[in-house]
Design a protein around this ligand. Sequence first.
Ligand code: NI
Length: 226
Amino acid sequence: MMLHIPQVLTREQVRQMRAAIDAADWVDGRATAGSQGAQVKRNRQLPDISPVAIAQGQVILQALAANPVFFAAALPSRTAPPLFNRYAGGETYGLHVDGSVRRVPGAPGWLRTDVSSTLFLCDPEDYDGGELVVVDAYGTHEVKLPAGDLIVYPATSLHRVEPVTRGERVCSFFWSQSMVRDDARRAMLFEMDQAIQQLRARLGETPETVTLTGHYHNLLRLWAEV
Ligand code: NI
């Protein structure tokens, strides 16, 4: 399931974040790619140990924690510290798949990447190209969103970033391990959750919404790994 979540950050939060990260030291993005990704990756990133990246990543994690739609869609058990990338002058990231498991700096063990997220920190009119292209069983999807908006998509998908031919594309990206690792199950739970909320808004609490809410939680209990 791909989901566009608008205004995860406010315009003012984006402005402050850009001021902080634009002034930081950027490095070759191949530092965080696996061997397949490194062959097709041409961009710049903030190092994951950069104090600016860590501080601004916290701002994003706090915004996600306050966003009920992100929670319902990703059902995150934990989210890796957000990273930041930028593309200009023809930079691109060719077709690749994200690594299935990652080390998280300062934390024990591994994080399984179930859900990928890209948070746009620039507006579509700031640059040409730079579309995030996600290829899944239903076709090819192009994504280019306003600053502050988030796209959530399955980490199992193949995807690429088209060359940026004018201006600069600046984004944050990160992975979540989900309580429900299977994308189809997560999508069903999300649609059920949203439909129950719409029914409740239209009809108020009824015996049927209580029953459906019970089924939502019983399915989550059946499928969740916590
Ligand atoms: Ni990727």
